[in-house]
Design a protein around this ligand. Structure first.
Ligand code: GUN
Length: 292
């Protein structure tokens, strides 16, 4: 039997509607949630992500400060901008789209953002709080994956979750969250240094592909009945498309869906959830600022 394809787009729409409702409540108390979205340079994938975030903010009735800077922007100029945004009480969240051009130290930039405005959940204070189970902004993509699992009633307690990929944005935080008591999964991390990757992935009840490489997960690497969550977003040249490319995940979707019980497609799987959780974090940032 073919896997149930998880409709991340529609689940994300529900989360975004909830964010819009909460934003409207805050607005009636005189606070319009506002997120500053900063893009340095013109990386095509980043331009597309940032445009999607701006659109989602507008649709949820929130304010977006769309700040686009040239690729030559210096680290000092970007740090000055963050200082200004940190001090601006009308701005509740700050998101600097990654990756940044090579001459800018990403760590320095992330650490310059006030933890209270770090709706990405990338600042070491938020990462540390997440690690020890204290209240913090959760990084949007891992949080989105958890919401997908919960919405689809995919049991995490006692499940073996195998994560392929160890990025600070997805792999590592997702493992840290899944191992929390509330999710209670047993977590295995795999990465480019893992020997015999398939021997691990075949033991996964929940297989998370977050390697950023097309077809790194093939059908023979999946345990029959496993839930497969594909976080990969890869651009493949495709002359038949107007854009010249198509998107594909890290999983060989067509073959994998004949083995898995649940599977996320690319696009319209995990991707839309990232934006939806960002809307939720922005509302949360505005609410916290309001309480202050
Ligand atoms: N680049 C890829 N994913 C993300 C994300 O979630 N946040 C930011 N700021 N940059 C990204």
């Amino acid at each position: 039997m073919s896997a149930q394809v998880i409709d991340g787009f529609s689940i994300a729409q529900d989360v975004r509607a909830q964010a819009a409702k909460e934003a409207s409540c805050l607005k009636s108390c005189g606070v319009t949630p506002c997120l500053a979205v900063v893009l340095v340079g013109e990386n095509p994938a980043s331009v597309s992500y940032v445009t999607g975030k701006e659109k989602a903010l507008a649709e949820a009735g929130m304010e977006g400060r769309d700040i686009r800077l040239p690729a030559e922007t210096t680290e000092a100029q970007l740090l000055d901008l963050i200082t200004d945004l940190n001090a601006d009480s009308a701005v509740h969240g700050i998101l600097v789209q990654l990756p940044l051009p090579g001459h800018i130290d990403e760590d320095k930039i992330i650490m310059a953002i006030k933890p209270e405005k770090d709706v990405d959940g990338f600042h070491p204070v938020n990462v540390g709080n997440m690690m020890i189970g204290r209240k913090s902004y959760l990084p949007c993509t891992p949080h989105g994956v958890l919401v997908l699992l919960k919405t689809m009633h995919i049991e995490t307690a006692g499940a073996h979750a195998v994560i392929v990929g160890r990025s600070n944005i997805v792999g590592k935080p997702l493992g840290v969250l899944l191992v929390r008591k509330e999710y209670n999964a047993t977590v295995t991390f795999c990465h480019t240094g893992t020997k015999d990757l398939a021997s691990y992935t075949r033991r996964a009840d929940i297989l998370i592909a977050a390697a950023g490489r097309p077809n790194v997960i093939t059908a023979d690497m999946i345990k029959p009945g496993a839930a497969v969550i594909d976080v990969g977003v890869n651009r493949i040249p495709d002359a038949s498309k107007k854009s010249g490319f198509r998107l594909c995940g890290d999983v060989d979707f067509e073959a994998a869906k004949e083995v898995a019980s649940f599977i996320t497609p690319v696009p319209r799987g995990v991707g839309p959830m990232t934006i939806a959780m960002l809307m939720m974090n922005t509302v949360e940032a505005a609410r916290a600022a309001c309480k202050k």
